[in-house]
Design a protein around this ligand. Structure first.
Ligand SMILES: Cc1cc2nc3c(=O)[nH]c(=O)nc-3n(C[C@H](O)[C@H](O)[C@H](O)COP(=O)(O)O)c2cc1C
Length: 160
């Protein structure tokens, strides 16, 4: 199963989460490509069977007024023509400093559904790391959250 994790990260925590999810996938002999959304185009996604998207929570508690998704990733997801990812599997995750990541996950999943992809684990994990407003890199994940991310990676790549 060819897999990619597409993320945006300002201070590195969401990138770390992608690494933990990838570690979980490796238990099933799957090594995902991990790409910042600024490095790829939507057409690149056609190579993959399973697509994960991860965003830091940006103003997630204001949803549904705002999506809570970081702008570059939201732009990337909105650039995907509706229906283009039909028959592909997808899932989402988000990181917050304290509040709102569940809303961000819900917004990401809504944009994934619009692409035609089938959500394989919903709702995806919302974990805690970082500083409010990301003015600097904040505290790292708790061991419990790292475990949650690794289990998520393992569960969605387990053969059904
Ligand atoms: C513009 C902006 C808005 C944010 N809004 C929230 C928020 O609503 N709730 C929250 O808990 N953290 C919020 N944060 C903090 C980030 O979600 C948190 O620091 C996260 O760990 C950053 O991930 P990153 O290191 O991958 O960029 C916000 C950060 C920025 C830059």
């Amino acid at each position: 199963m060819k897999t990619i994790i597409v993320y945006y990260s300002k201070t590195g925590h969401t990138q770390d989460a992608a690494g933990d999810i990838a570690a979980g996938m490796k238990k099933n002999q799957i090594t995902p490509d991990i790409r910042n959304c600024r490095e790829i185009k939507f057409r690149d996604l056609s190579d993959y069977d399973l697509i994960l998207v991860g965003s830091p929570c940006h103003a997630g508690s204001t949803a549904p007024l705002l999506s809570g998704i970081a702008r570059p990733l939201e732009r990337f997801l909105k650039s995907i023509p509706p229906g283009l990812l039909r028959d592909k599997k997808a899932a989402a995750f988000s990181v917050h400093a304290g509040l709102g990541a569940k809303n961000t996950v819900a917004s990401l999943e809504k944009l994934l559904k619009r692409t035609g992809a089938v959500l394989v684990s919903s709702p995806g994990p919302a974990v805690r790391a970082g500083a409010p407003l990301s003015l600097w890199r904040g505290p790292d994940y708790s061991p419990g959250d790292r475990d949650k991310l690794q289990r998520f990676g393992s569960e969605i790549t387990r053969k059904r």
